[in-house]
Design a protein around this ligand. Structure first.
Ligand code: IDP
Ligand code: MG
Length: 153
């Protein structure tokens, strides 16, 4: 099954939305196979947001990502990268569709509560960036037959 990397940003931690976001993940039938709290620093943020380091808003973005610890997660499911990006919603919370995590829980283009990998290739890179191999528990729930039909997973 596919895996994706998710960060619950300081805007999620500080606003006490962690439980609600994790509930949505589990309600959907997405499996959590890695979870930890960590304090990000400039070095990891310059790698993680390499596509944005030259933007004028990067210093503010980096500061906002270091304002508190984050919660990093590895999620697992069939097509989970695409499924979870859809659940996340577009970058700007004010434009995100109601029903998405950003569309339901935030009003900001920067403090948008959550990061989710945008491709299978980037998910692999990002999981390796934030997790050591022994921190990812690639288990299968005992009741997996109630998550997926025959031949689906
Ligand atoms: P994504 O998180 O939806 O994949 P990206 O374009 O990869 O969006 O941007 C990464 C993060 O950088 C966003 O989630 C947001 O926190 C921040 N960001 C993106 N564009 C802007 C901007 O124009 N102003 C401030 N922050 C931004
Ligand atoms: Mg992105």
């Amino acid at each position: 099954m596919e895996q994706t990397l998710v960060l619950l940003k300081p805007s999620c931690i500080e606003r006490c939305l962690v439980g609600q976001v994790i509930t949505r993940i589990q309600q959907r039938g997405i499996i959590i196979c890695g979870l930890k709290m960590m304090q990000l620093d400039e070095k990891i943020l310059r790698e993680h947001y390499a596509h944005l380091v030259d933007k004028p808003f990067f210093p503010g973005l980096a500061a906002s990502m270091m304002a508190s610890p984050v919660i990093a997660m590895v999620l697992k499911g069939v097509d989970v990268v695409e499924v979870f990006r859809k659940m996340t919603g577009v970058t700007n919370g004010r434009k995100a569709e109601p029903g998405t995590l950003r569309g339901d829980f935030c009003m900001s283009g920067q403090a948008n509560i959550i990061h989710a990998s945008d491709s299978v290739e980037n998910a692999k890179i990002e999981i390796n960036r934030f997790f050591r191999p022994e921190e990812v528990f690639d288990y299968t729930p005992a009741n997996i037959a109630f998550y997926y039909g025959d031949g689906e997973n």
